[in-house]
Design a binder for this molecule. Structure first.
Ligand SMILES: Nc1ncnc2c1ncn2[C@@H]1O[C@H](COP(=O)(O)OP(=O)(O)OP(=O)(O)O)[C@@H](O)[C@H]1O
Ligand SMILES: [Mg+2]
Length: 184
């Protein structure tokens, strides 16, 4: 079992980047009423054909030449199974991939969310060739931020510039902070 859900998020986003995605949509949906937390990552990368899509759920399949096993997707699937959630993956060659994983929040084995604010900030700042579009929907409200929006604010400065970085960190903290209280 993994330490937190941010581990899974980073793995899925890395998979999308490796697939050549230009736009990566990350959505979290928290529902207290149905005691669930759902994480969805959808990209416009190279996608997978039918046989590959079946194989990726097997821990011994990876397209990385330097390793023999790919664990990201099987681990996420295992997490959803242990936490009485659902796992769904769909993909079209040449069009993109969508992965949706849900968990029963109150389940004892459900991993904590982890440092979502820090993880989101690192992804936004480090993925400079991608438009990451993030949204978190909870009963208390929603928060959304995207790389394109952040870059427009930053003007000529890189997102890693200390002033821009600080602004972005505070923006994410303010937007996500109140919503996350209920998700922890
Ligand atoms: N978003 C995606 N688009 C296209 N192919 C994908 C995508 N996500 C996963 N894959 C394919 O599925 C394989 C397995 O992914 P998985 O995350 O399980 O393992 P990995 O990325 O190869 O290794 P690890 O996550 O352990 O570093 C990848 O090597 C890649 O071929
Ligand atoms: Mg992976």
């Amino acid at each position: 079992m993994v330490e937190d859900l941010c581990f899974h998020l980073v793995d899925l986003v890395q998979n999308s980047v490796a697939a050549g995605a230009r736009v990566i949509r990350v959505q979290f949906r928290e529902s207290r009423a149905s005691d669930s937390l759902e994480m969805e990552v959808a990209d416009d990368g190279q996608g997978m054909d039918g046989p590959t899509l079946l194989k990726v759920q097997d821990p011994f399949f990876t397209s990385k030449s330097f390793k023999k096993v790919g664990l990201g997707i099987p681990l996420l699937k295992a997490t959803t199974e242990v936490c009485r959630g659902d796992f769904a993956i769909s993909s079209r060659l040449g069009h993109g991939t969508r992965i949706r994983a849900s968990m029963q929040r109150s389940h004892l084995d459900c991993p904590p969310l982890g440092d979502l604010e820090g993880t989101l900030l690192s992804l936004l700042v480090s993925l400079d060739a991608v438009d990451l579009r993030f949204a978190f929907h909870a009963a208390r409200g929603s928060f959304a931020v995207s790389s394109a929006e952040a870059r427009a604010h930053a003007g000529d400065l890189p997102l890693s510039h200390p002033d821009v970085y600080r602004f972005l960190r505070e923006y994410i903290r303010a937007g996500l902070g109140g919503l996350l209280l209920s998700a922890q």
